[in-house]
Design a protein around this ligand. Structure first.
Ligand code: TXA
Ligand code: MG
Length: 330
């Protein structure tokens, strides 16, 4: 066991972070989406340590994070004109771009794929950390594999206390769901994972934008899509209406369960006599609240009952993608 320090971003904590990264250690850091678990992307041993810490399958590639002035051209084998336009429009921000790789970073980052995912986070803490190390930092979300992604330093601590030396605390993540992952290797950009930068926003800049949907039996283009994810550690149930949730709740109480309902604001208000977690009413609010409430739900309840949000489109595409995985409602 090692001591895990949670430190705000300042000269001392950044010096410590640089030292750990240079020694091949793993450091957790705030981003605007979720917290990341970072290591030097050039260091095989450090990258492998990430997989070991998370219990992550060895075929699920990592995103490389760089500061806004970092020159990525040695890492990538060219970029189409639309990608340059997208970078200018959305970076730094919650958009990860997948490029043909030159193979300069550790082979373990992309798990044998000939592409490399690059992200320039906008969080001031992430920028300060990435500037201080001045290296590409491979970082998945800082949760144990399959668990809900972390949106506070405390969440990271709950999963990794005693196993990593430092968490760079930047407060609660304002975005709340992971970045949009965009394949930029083809003629038209294609979304591999939906997020806060939506298809409409990308299409407006790039002229067009596809969304990758895996065909049954096909090997996924983004291996992370194939895995169980975002699962709260309690039983879950999924409903379509407030009435259905209320009936399920009462039955669960009779059976000795400790139920709790997760629902958008209008439904949460309807169910105010029950133990209920309010997800919010806009897409952005629901994205910001989802993971924190899934983590709160697993602590409070033995059965978490989700009432499917009715809002659709835009950011909700990303929210519903995580929602379905969390509640097993695919
Ligand atoms: O917002 C985020 O993206 C957060 C923060 C920490 O930056 N990171 C994150 O990483 O969500 P992770 O490892 O939890 O998810 C990375 C996703 C996975 O679905 C993975 O399969 C995909 O990105 N990915 C990584 N490299 C890829 C590549 N070369 N080609 C296709 N998909 C890739
Ligand atoms: Mg993740």
């Amino acid at each position: 066991m090692i001591e895990t320090r949670i430190l705000g971003c300042n000269r001392d904590s950044l010096d410590a972070a640089v030292k750990y990264i240079e020694e091949g250690e793993v450091v957790a850091f705030h981003t605007e989406t979720v917290y990341g678990l970072g290591a030097n992307a050039f260091d095989d041993g450090a990258v492998l340590k990430i997989f070991e810490l998370k219990g992550r399958p060895s075929d699920n590639p990592l995103i490389v994070h760089v500061h806004r002035d970092y020159d990525i051209s040695p890492l990538i084998d060219g970029e189409p004109p639309y990608a340059e336009a997208l970078r200018k429009a959305f970076l730094p921000g919650p958009l990860t771009m997948v490029y043909p790789s030159t193979g300069k970073v550790s082979q373990y980052v992309s798990c044998g794929l000939n592409t490399l995912a690059i992200r320039v986070p906008s969080s001031p803490t992430a920028q300060a950390f990435l500037k201080a190390v001045d290296l590409p930092i491979a970082a998945p979300s800082a949760n144990l594999s399959k668990h809900v992604s972390p949106v506070t330093a405390r969440h990271v601590y709950e999963d990794f206390a005693g196993r990593i030396p430092l968490i760079l605390d930047g407060g609660a993540c304002s975005g709340g769901i992971e970045s949009t992952v965009l394949d930029c290797t083809g003629k038209v950009p294609q979304i591999l994972r939906e997020g806060l930068v939506t298809r409409a926003m990308i299409a407006k800049v790039a002229g067009d934008c596809g969304v990758y949907r895996r065909q049954a039996g096909e090997k996924p283009k983004s291996p992370g899509m194939a895995y169980k994810h975002y699962a709260p550690r309690c039983n879950t149930a999924h409903c379509r209406t407030a009435e259905e949730a209320a009936a399920l709740y009462r039955r669960a109480l009779e059976e000795g369960e400790r139920p709790c309902i997760l629902a958008e604001s209008s439904v949460a208000q309807e169910l105010s006599g029950y133990a209920v977690l309010d997800l919010g009413s806009t897409g952005e609010e629901m994205a910001r609240n989802l993971y924190a409430l899934l983590r709160e739900g697993e602590k409070r309840a033995t059965l978490l009952i989700g009432v499917e949000p009715q809002l659709q489109g835009g950011v909700m595409d990303g929210v519903m993608n995580r929602w379905k995985k969390a509640f097993g409602a695919i």
